[in-house]
Structure formats: C-alpha cells, structure tokens
Design a protein around this ligand. Structure first.
Ligand SMILES: [Zn+2]
Length: 81
C-alpha cells in the first residue's frame, strides 16, 4: 500500500488531471479506501481545485463560493466521516 506521503503526491497529480498508470490509479483507490485522512485530503483538494478553476474564469456565483467555504470550514472543524 502507498504511504500517505506517496498518496498525497499522486493525489496532487490526479487533481491536476495528470495521466496516471493503471497501477497508480489502483494503488491510490486502495489507499483512499483504507485511509480516511487521505480520502478527506483528496476530496478537499478536488474542492479547492474546483473553486480555483471557477475563480480563474471569474464566473463563480457567490453562493457557490460560500457553500465551498462552509464545506471546508465544516471539515476543518470536524475532519471525520
Ligand atoms: Zn493516507
């Protein structure tokens, strides 16, 4: 199984839409299944990337940004399932 450090590197690559090998994808999915901390990390990374993408375009509705910030705050207050 990947270490958490190795997973975070691959998670960054996934969020950046880099192509991963079959084994990299499989190992990442297994790690996310087994490790709730990395699962949360990856979900938060995708959320931040999604918001950043909207901000780049300047078309993010205020309501969507507020929801994303509220979701991140909720996670940081209580990072469990
Ligand atoms: Zn982990």
């Amino acid at each position: 199984m990947l270490s958490c450090k190795e997973f975070t590197h691959q998670s960054s690559r996934m969020v950046d839409n880099e192509e991963l090998t079959f084994m990299e994808k499989l190992n990442s999915r297994i790690h996310m299944f087994m490790c709730k901390h990395c699962r949360h990390y990856h979900n938060q990374s995708e959320l931040v990337a999604s918001v950043a993408k909207h901000l780049d375009c300047g078309d993010a509705p205020d309501q969507e940004i507020d929801q994303a910030v509220a979701q991140m705050k909720k996670f940081s207050d209580n990072p469990t399932d």
